[in-house]
Structures are given as C-alpha cells and as structure tokens.
Design a protein around this ligand. Structure first.
Ligand SMILES: [Zn+2]
Length: 124
C-alpha cells in the first residue's frame, strides 16, 4: 500500500467510527435459576427454572462488576456492547496503518538526512 492509499484507507476507517452512536464495555449473559422455595417446580424440573435474567458484567480495575437487567433493558444495552468490539477492531486497523505510515516517514527522513549535501559524512 502506498502512502496516499494508506491515508485514504485510514480516513475511511475514521469515518466508520462515526456510525456508532453509543459504545459500552462488558458483556451480557442470559441465565435461568432455581428459587429459594424448595417446593417450587423449578427444583424438580430444570426446564422450569426462573428467568431469563440478564446479567451484565464488566471488569473494573481487575474486579468484575455486574448488574441484573430486565429483557427489554438487555435488548437496549446489547447492541452497544457489540459496538465496543466493532470499534476496537477498527481502532486496531487504524493503528496498524498508522504504524506503517510512521515507520515509512521515519525511514524516508533517515534517507533524506543521509543524502543531505551540507552534512559532513564521516563514513565516506
Ligand atoms: Zn422456583
């Protein structure tokens, strides 16, 4: 990829980032469980467990924090969790292209400096 193409590709990726309205870290899992009443049907038949309950978790300074949400709330949150991964992937691509451009610029500058007429070259 030449420099012009690399810059174009990076601009395209940066524009893609604007597509994401909200970005949320963490994950949501759907769970069913038994209740506290030992005579409840959920204790005899695992297919009759209570739920679904939606557990949202994320890591905060090495600790996992969580919260339970209702289905309709989980439906609001879940797309924004997916957005986080999509944005992270775009940022990864941007950083790869950036790295290539920066290294190319450094290499070009070094060549320029080496070829400079007024600079004494003691290695001649
Ligand atoms: Zn029960």
């Amino acid at each position: 990829m030449n420099s012009k193409k690399a810059h174009e590709k990076m601009q395209k990726l940066k524009k893609e980032l604007l597509r994401y309205k909200y970005i949320m870290r963490g994950s949501m899992v759907e769970r069913y469980h038994k209740c506290g009443k030992s005579n409840c049907v959920c204790h005899k038949d695992s297919s009759k467990q209570h739920g679904p309950y939606y557990y949202y978790t994320r890591k905060e300074k090495g600790k996992t924090i969580g919260k339970v949400y209702k289905e309709r709330e989980a439906k609001i949150i879940t797309p924004y969790l997916s957005n986080y991964n999509a944005v992270a992937e775009i940022v990864r691509k941007i950083s790869e292209i950036s790295e290539r451009i920066i290294f190319d610029e450094i290499t070009a500058k070094r060549k320029e400096t080496r070829g400079g007429r007024n600079r004494p070259n003691k290695y001649k």
